[in-house]
Design a protein around this ligand. Structure first.
Ligand SMILES: Cc1cc2nc3c(=O)[nH]c(=O)nc-3n(C[C@H](O)[C@H](O)[C@H](O)COP(=O)(O)OP(=O)(O)OC[C@H]3O[C@@H](n4cnc5c(N)ncnc54)[C@H](O)[C@@H]3O)c2cc1C
Length: 473
């Protein structure tokens, strides 16, 4: 519920399309991907930066809490309101304009509420795309504020590496608009302030427009599933494949047998690619790609993959146990089905973590032994972008086990795993999903004191008021 006086003010700022107050209209905005379901005071849907600025200014002056939301595909519970019923959900979905595609500059200027799919469809006529490849369809504002990574990070980097400019509304009494919309690839004139807002989930300011880099479309792709001889062979394969395929290599993904099993079980459209053999304990999906059509004189990418695999088979102590070359859509469907499959197969305790690449398998081995000894009922269903050291470490508790409903147990387990990731292996508690209510405790526990202090100071300088679901406290 919102006071009548505030509602009147919001009606004066936005047209009626911009305000939702009915429970049924608000419900989709209140539910997140990770089972979070809060209660909003109302939903505001501004159409431009000026309206965002007025809303922020009014909310700051009247101490009203805001939760920014773009595509609502975030996995850290940062885009949904809490249960209090007093937070105002600020949706960017109407700010979905594509202002400009500049094919020569290789850039696009878009509103924060523009979906990735819409941007890519529009870029199609210029044979360009935004090269962050993820299994959801988020908006550019959310992607920027979470600095999303995706499957082709190895080749293109994440959002940070692909952002040229931003427009931001700061959390102060004026709702100050900070215009950092420079479409320049090079601009070396002191601190590059846009980076303050990339990956900070709205804590430092709300992103209303972005200018991103575009890349030529991929015209040829080839993919293979590799079964390593054992887990130690994964690192050998990574190095040998990078050496042999160079910049053609666009993805190097890992998939545990447990995740594959659940992905296949819970998705009728995908089947065991290794049949008639069983599902292996671990498999890698590798993709190579080129931005031009096959020329007569050159080998196809399938042939290049075959040659590479032959070379690996011929190693005296080959790191390969099996390999399947198949159509990219087929293999990516399997990879993208893992998230949903693990989620449906039991109570999911998900971690999005990262390591120095060589430590990833050592961590997996350590955790396999640790869980087997302490919690044998928990299945490790890990998968992820292991070419860049990232791992979606998904632990699944059977729905009928008492721990599936025991939140204290799950909190302790989370803490134990994070301790091992950060303290024992020097890894990160958030590889690419950024921050949210799920991992703010980890931010408090594992971020250095002096770093937290600087973050607080930057926060008070840029956006002294709270304008997001989470805070640097
Ligand atoms: C099936 C699936 C697959 C996924 N795969 C990947 C993957 O491979 N790699 C990856 O990195 N992520 C992945 N994600 C996570 C998610 O899609 C990304 O984090 C995405 O970038 C979130 O964008 P969004 O528009 O949905 O943001 P939202 O969910 O709306 O918001 C995310 C966070 O940003 C804040 N925020 C939103 N808009 C703004 C704004 N305009 N200004 C300031 N703050 C704002 C929110 O308050 C929240 O804290 C996946 C998610 C799903 C469901």
């Amino acid at each position: 519920m919102i006071d009548e006086i505030h509602l009147k003010k919001f009606i004066s700022i936005l047209d009626q399309k911009g305000i939702l107050t009915q429970d049924t209209d608000m419900e989709p905005y209140e539910k997140g991907w990770r089972g979070d379901h809060g209660k909003a005071a109302l939903v505001l849907r501004p159409a431009n930066t000026g309206e965002v600025s007025k809303i922020v200014s009014y909310c700051v002056q009247n101490n009203l809490a805001l939760v920014p939301q773009s595509g609502n595909t975030g996995l850290m519970q940062g885009s949904t309101p809490d249960q209090s019923g007093i937070q105002i959900l600020l949706s960017f979905e109407r700010m979905n304009k594509i202002f400009e595609i500049d094919p020569v500059n290789g850039s696009a200027h878009i509103g924060a509420g523009c979906r990735l799919s819409k941007l890519n469809e529009t870029c199609e006529e210029f044979d360009l795309h935004f090269p962050i490849d993820i299994g959801s369809d988020p908006c550019l504002g959310g992607m920027t504020s979470t600095n999303s990574g995706g499957s082709r990070f190895l080749k293109y980097g994440g959002v940070r590496e692909n952002t040229l400019g931003l427009k931001v509304v700061l959390g102060d009494e004026n709702g100050t608009i900070l215009d950092l919309l420079m479409p320049l690839h090079k601009n070396n004139v002191g601190p590059d302030l846009k980076h303050m807002f990339i990956g900070t989930c709205g804590i430092f300011g709300l992103i209303t427009e972005v200018i991103v880099k575009l890349a030529p479309n991929l015209k040829q792709q080839a993919t293979a599933l590799l079964v390593p001889k054992d887990l130690a062979s994964v690192n050998i394969l990574l190095r040998e494949i990078e050496k042999r395929l160079g910049t053609y290599l666009s993805a190097f993904e890992g998939m545990s047998g447990e995740a594959l099993k659940r992905g296949i079980e819970h998705n009728p459209n995908i089947s065991n690619p290794f049949a008639p053999e069983g599902i292996p304990d671990y498999a890698l999906l590798i993709e190579i790609s080129r931005t031009w059509d096959k020329r007569d004189a050159e080998q196809s990418l399938d042939e290049i993959l075959e040659t590479t695999l032959e070379e690996l088979w011929e190693f005296p102590n080959t790191p390969l146990a099996n390999a399947v070359i198949a159509a990219p859509e087929k293999l990516w469907d399997i990879r993208h089905g893992l998230s949903e499959g693990t989620q449906k197969s039991g109570k999911l305790i998900g971690f999005d973590i990262s390591f120095k690449r060589g430590d990833l398998i050592a961590f997996k081995n350590h955790m396999t032994a640790y869980l087997k000894e302490n919690y044998p009922h928990i299945a490790i269903c890990d998968f992820g972008h292991i070419g860049d050291g990232g791992m979606h470490f998904s632990l699944v508790i059977p729905f009928d086990h008492k721990h599936a409903k025991d939140t204290d147990f799950q909190t302790n387990l989370r803490k134990n795993v994070f301790d091992i990731v950060v303290k024992k292996f020097g890894g990160s508690f958030s590889a690419e999903h950024s921050l949210g209510r799920i991992n703010m405790k980890a931010y408090q526990d594992y971020t250095r004191k002096e770093v937290k202090e600087i973050n607080r100071k930057i926060k008070s300088l840029l956006s002294p008021a709270s304008i997001s679901a989470i805070e640097f406290e």
